[in-house]
Design a protein around this ligand. Structure first.
Ligand SMILES: Nc1ncnc2c1ncn2[C@@H]1O[C@H](COP(=O)(O)OP(=O)(O)OP(=O)(O)O)[C@@H](O)[C@H]1O
Length: 192
């Protein structure tokens, strides 16, 4: 569960978040929608402790991120798929992550398979990855500790259609669809 209570974030005189209150419930995929500049990424940065709030609170599983007892097993984040050392290979990045959070190296192989980065691709450097490959690696990184909560900022950005379908499956989107689809297009994935 993620909870925002009266969260406000100001950059100087500019208000990026203004008194935001909501709860993202467990077992549900909660989409965070809004126009460019609405403050979506800012909210995710605040709840993951990367940016301090001006006022109000943001908690994960009832605690601020910094007070989580075992953060990797509690929350996985993908906020910027390119925010890794560009000279490291995908496998090196995941292996370093696995060491940092204390999970076995076998988890790296499991996740590389899960996200579809095969042996050849996992040995290429991040700077040579496409955006979609970076996203896949970032998702693997977020899943390292098998966390209870996932916070993903535009995770489908750069994924091909097959990748988007895979992402929907991964997030269990089919389990949380509410109501019948009213889309008149036969190509709509909700109708198929
Ligand atoms: N470090 C910063 N300093 C000043 N202003 C910032 C900073 N970070 C974000 N902002 C501003 O806060 C507002 C919200 O930005 P944010 O990146 O959270 O929006 P967003 O909803 O994620 O947008 P997008 O859909 O384009 O990704 C924007 O107007 C942005 O310019």
């Amino acid at each position: 569960m993620i909870t925002f209570e009266h969260l406000t974030k100001r950059y100087g005189s500019f208000t990026a978040l203004d008194d935001v209150t909501f709860t993202a419930r467990p077992g549900v995929v909660t989409g965070f929608l809004g126009p460019n500049g609405a403050g979506k990424s800012t909210a995710m940065r605040v709840v993951t402790g990367l940016t301090p709030a001006t006022s109000g609170t943001a908690t994960i599983l009832g605690r601020p991120y910094a007070q989580l007892s075992n953060p990797a097993a509690q929350v996985g984040t993908l906020l910027d798929a390119s925010a890794q050392h560009a000279g490291r290979t995908g496998r090196e990045i995941l292996t370093l992550g696995a060491i940092a959070v204390g999970v076995p190296r076998s988890r790296v192989d499991e996740l590389l398979t899960l996200v579809g980065l095969d042996e050849g691709e996992s040995r290429r450097r991040l700077r040579d990855y496409s955006l979609g490959m970076r996203q896949r690696l970032g998702i693997a990184h977020a899943l390292l500790g098998d966390p209870e909560v996932l916070i993903l900022d535009e995770p489908a950005n750069g994924l091909d259609p097959q990748g988007i379908a895979w992402m929907r499956e991964l997030l269990g989107a089919s389990r949380v669809r509410a109501g019948p689809c009213c889309c008149p297009r036969t190509c709509c994935t909700r109708c198929s």
